[in-house]
Write a protein that binds this ligand. Structure first.
Ligand code: SAH
Length: 220
């Protein structure tokens, strides 16, 4: 669990690189400068933790590219008082960045091994989101509504259940498309029944997976 000067130096370089690619929210950049990304990856990948690339974690999943994490987090426009739902805990890295920004985070993962990994790792680093094992397509109806929702796997459509779990004025950032590529969408809830939708760029995420039979019990 070491975070050496070398790691910190590499991390600062990475953050500078992300800033140069167009991310300007200093709060996001500062959070990414603080979270030790190398601790979220297998040991064999430690040398790659501070290059701007996605990398395989376990269960056929990936830790998102740092630029993508920065882009989605910036697009989410979080405030410290926000209640945020993340779909796709994965390595827990995006969750750590959001916790570092002071939000109250609920994160849901449909693969048991990843859920187990993140809920042990994050508290060790001082991050305390609420972890859920279940199908993110359904969200967390009993814990909502949320000020912000971030989906970190590629969805085929914007799930209605997630839209309905936004507060009025709430915002969701979600990649929507097929297995090869997705468009990042920002959904705003205008009132009880109306939403606006904006497209802000092309990305490649691992696809969202359907839920499992033993999930969705909506508990930790
Ligand atoms: N936020 C993660 C990115 C992980 S990749 C990080 O920072 O590392 C996407 C994750 O979404 C994977 O862990 C995958 O298992 C999860 N996922 C896919 N379909 C899901 C679903 N229906 N509900 C919840 N999580 C899902």
């Amino acid at each position: 669990m070491e975070d050496t000067f070398k790691h910190k130096g590499l991390r600062k370089k990475l953050v500078d690189e992300i800033r140069a690619k167009g991310i300007s929210d200093e709060q996001v950049l500062q959070a990414m400068n603080s979270v030790p990304r190398h601790l979220f990856m297998d040991n064999s990948f430690i040398g790659f933790a501070y290059v701007d690339k996605a990398f395989p974690i376990s269960s056929g999943q990936t830790i998102s590219q740092p630029y993508t994490v920065a882009f989605q987090t910036e697009a989410l426009q979080v405030k410290r008082t926000d209640k945020v739902l993340e779909v796709g805990t994965g390595s827990g890295y995006q969750a750590a960045v959001l916790c570092e920004m002071g939000v109250s985070l609920f994160t849901i993962e449909r693969q048991r091994s990843l859920y187990d990994f993140a809920r042990i790792l994050l508290p060790k680093l001082g991050y305390h989101p609420q972890f859920f094992y279940g199908d993110g397509y359904l969200g967390l109806p009993t814990y909502g509504p949320f000020d912000k929702i971030i989906v970190t796997a590629g969805a085929d459509t914007v799930p209605l259940k997630l839209k309905e779990q936004l507060v009025i004025g709430g915002r969701m950032v979600i990649p929507v498309g097929n297995r090869q590529h997705q468009v990042m969408k920002i959904i705003l809830r205008i009132n009880e029944n109306d939403y606006s939708e904006q497209e802000v760029g092309n990305f490649v995420f691992v696809p969202m997976l359907p839920g499992l039979a033993d999930q969705n019990k909506d508990h930790q």
